[in-house]
Design a protein around this ligand. Structure first.
Ligand code: NAP
Length: 490
C-alpha cells in the first residue's frame, strides 16, 4: 500500500522511551520480525533513548532480557544477535537541554541518513523533545516524527500538542499512530470494498440495516489504575480506534490509496457524524463501570476496588453508543460502537448487518430468516466471514446459515505482519496512509467532547455491570429500541 516501496537504506530510528514497555513489548519484537523477513532498511540503526545511564552494551543486554521475557518460546538467540548489532543507546533526559548532546553528535556524525523519531514517552514530553531536536538542527526535511497515543485528553490539549509538534515538523512529517489501522483485516476491508465491484452497490442504506463495532477486552485496569482513571474508555478507545474503524467502514471510495485521498474521505465521515448532545446523550450513549465478577473462571474485584482507583470514581470502563452519519449513503443507518474492560472475551470486530429479504418464499417469514452479515474480525483471530443462507441437505427446503470464511492465513500462506510491523515499515518508507491526520484527530475530539461533558455534568453514576459480562443491560436496550441485538446475542 502506498507509493514508495523501499525505505532509504541509511536510516536512524530513534526511540524516545527506548527502555519502556511499548518499546520492549511491541517495537523491538516487530523490528526483529521485519529483519527476519528482510524488510528493514539495509543500514538501519535503532537508537534507544531514555534517562537511565546505560552504555550500548548495557542497553543491548537489558533489551535482550526484556524482549526474551516477552517473546518466550518465540525468542531466537541467533535472530537476536543479528538484530542487536543494529542497537545503540543515548542517555537523554527529555527535559534537560544539555543531555541531548550525546544523541546529537551520534546523529550529526551521519548527516546523510534519514531520521525517524519515535516518541514512545508520555505526551507531555512531545513538545520539549521536538523543540530540542530543532534547536540542534536534527529535524531535517528528511526526518519524521511518530506520535503514540494518547494525543491529549480533549480537543484543547490535543491542539496544544499538535501546535507544539507542528512548530518543528510539517504535517507530512508527522505520523500519528492508531495501531488498529495497522491490522491486516482493516486493510483487507479496504481491499474488499474497493477492489471488488460486488460490495459497492450493497454498501449503503438501501442494503445495510446496521453496523456494529466492538472492541472488548477481558483484562481490567491491571496495575495502571491511576493512569486509566484519568482517561476512561471514551478517550482510550472510542475517540481514536473505534472512530477510525467507523471511518474505514463508512468512507466514500477515495480516488486513490494515497495518504491524503484516504484521509480526506475519513475526515468527511467524522464531520458528518450527527452530534450527540443534551438529552440525546442519555438516549444514545451508555457508560458503564465494572463491579466484582469473574474473568477466566476466577473471581476479580470491581473497578472501585482495583489498586490506585480513587474512592467513588465515575470513570467509565465501558461505552456503547449509537452513532449516525448524515450523508446520502448512510442516512438512517445506526452505527453501534461498543468497548469495555472485563468483558467475557477479548474481541475486536466489525459487523455489517444487511437487510432481510423483502419477502420469503420458503414459508418462514422474512424476519425469521437470518439476514446476511459480514464479520471482519481483528481479534482474537484475523478473518472476514460472510454469513449467507443455504439449503440444508435433505428433502425439505430448509434454510440454514453458512459462513463463507475468507481465511487469509489459509489462502496466503505467507506470514502476516502485525500492526506495529506494518506501521513501523510504513514510517520507514514514508507512507502516511495508515496514520491519522491532525484534522481527523481534532474532528474526532469535537464529536466525543460534548458526550463527555454531559456525562461529567450528570449526577448519575456510570451503570454497573458484572465483570465477565457484555456490559450493562442498557447496552442491549440501546439496540433493542431499534429491534436489534448485538452480534453475540443473536
Ligand atoms: P513506560 O513503560 O513508562 O516507559 C516510558 C519510557 O520513557 C521509559 O523508557 C523511560 O525511561 C522513558 N522516559 C520517561 N521520562 C523520560 C524523560 N524525561 N526523558 C527521556 N526518557 C524518559 O511507558 P510505555 O508503556 O512504554 O508507554 C510510552 C508511551 O506510549 C505512553 O505515552 C503510553 O501511553 C503510550 N502507549 C503505550 C502502549 C503500551 O502498550 N505500553 C500502547 C499505546 C500507547 P527512563 O525512566 O529511564 O527515562
Amino acid at each position: 500500500m502506498g507509493t514508495r516501496l523501499q525505505a532509504a537504506p541509511e536510516l536512524d530510528l530513534v526511540i524516545f522511551g527506548g527502555t519502556g514497555d511499548l518499546a520492549m513489548r511491541k517495537l523491538l519484537p516487530a523490528l526483529i520480525r521485519l529483519q527476519h523477513d528482510g524488510l528493514l532498511p539495509a543500514r538501519l540503526r535503532v537508537i534507544g533513548v531514555a534517562r537511565e545511564p546505560l552504555d550500548r552494551d548495557a542497553f543491548r543486554a537489558l533489551a535482550q532480557q526484556r524482549v526474551a521475557a516477552c517473546l518466550g518460546a518465540a525468542f531466537d538467540v541467533a535472530a537476536w544477535d543479528r538484530f542487536a548489532a543494529l542497537l545503540d543507546y543515548a542517555c537523554v533526559d527529555a527535559t534537560d537541554a544539555a543531555s541531548y548532546e550525546g544523541l546529537a553528535s551520534m546523529l550529526l556524525a551521519a548527516p546523510e541518513r534519514e531520521r525517524v523519531f519515535y516518541l514512545s514517552t508520555a505526551p507531555r514530553l512531545f513538545a520539549t523533545i521536538c523543540e530540542q531536536l530543532a534547536q540542534r538542527g536534527l529535524n531535517t526535511e528528511r526526518s519524521r516524527v511518530v506520535l503514540e497515543k494518547p494525543l491529549g485528553h480533549d480537543l484543547a490539549s490535543s491542539q496544544a500538542i499538535n501546535d507544539a509538534v507542528g512548530g518543528f515538523f510539517g504535517e507530512q512529517q508527522i505520523y500519528r499512530i492508531d495501531h488498529y489501522l495497522g491490522k491486516e483485516p482493516v486493510q483487507n476491508l479496504l481491499a474488499l470494498r474497493f477492489g471488488n465491484a460486488l460490495f459497492e452497490p450493497l454498501w449503503r442504506r438501501e442494503s445495510v440495516r446496521d453496523v456494529q463495532i466492538t472492541v472488548a477486552e477481558e483484562l481490567g485496569v491491571e496495575s495502571r489504575g491511576d493512569f486509566y482513571d484519568q482517561v476512561g474508555a471514551m478517550r482510550d478507545m472510542v475517540q481514536n480506534h473505534l472512530l477510525q474503524l467507523l471511518c474505514i467502514v463508512a468512507m466514500e471510495p477515495p480516488a486513490s490509496i494515497s495518504a491524503d485521498a484516504v484521509r480526506d474521505e475519513k475526515l468527511k465521515i467524522l464531520r458528518a457524524l450527527r452530534p450527540i448532545a443534551g438529552a440525546d446523550v442519555g438516549l444514545k450513549t451508555v457508560r458503564g463501570q465494572y463491579r466484582a465478577g469473574a474473568a477466566g473462571g476466577k473471581p476479580v474485584p470491581g473497578y472501585l476496588d482495583e489498586e490506585r482507583i480513587p474512592p467513588g470514581s465515575t470513570t467509565e470502563t465501558f461505552v456503547a453508543l449509537r452513532a449516525e452519519i448524515d450523508t446520502w449513503r448512510w442516512a438512517g443507518v445506526p452505527f453501534f460502537l461498543r468497548t469495555g474492560k472485563r468483558m467475557p472475551q477479548r474481541v475486536a470486530e466489525i459487523v455489517v448487518n444487511f437487510r432481510s429479504v423483502p419477502h420469503s418464499i420458503f414459508g418462514q417469514t422474512a424476519d425469521s430468516l437470518n439476514p446476511n452479515r459480514m464479520v471482519i474480525r481483528m481479534q482474537p483471530e484475523e478473518k472476514v466471514e460472510l454469513h449467507l443462507l443455504a439449503k440444508q441437505p435433505g428433502d425439505v427446503m430448509h434454510l440454514q446459515p453458512v459462513h463463507l470464511n475468507l481465511d487469509f492465513a489459509e489462502t496466503f500462506r505467507s506470514r502476516r505482519l502485525d500492526a506495529y510491523e506494518r506501521l513501523l515499515m510504513d514510517v520507514m518508507r514514508g507512507n502516511l496512509t495508515l496514520f491519522v491526520r491532525r484534522d481527523e484527530q481534532e474532528a474526532a475530539w469535537r464529536w466525543v467532547e460534548p458526550i463527555m461533558d454531559a456525562w461529567k455534568a450528570s449526577t448519575e453514576r456510570p451503570k454497573a455491570y458484572t465483570a465477565g459480562t457484555w456490559g450493562p443491560a442498557s447496552s442491549s436496550a440501546l439496540l433493542g429500541r431499534d429491534g436489534l441485538a448485538w452480534h453475540e446475542e443473536i
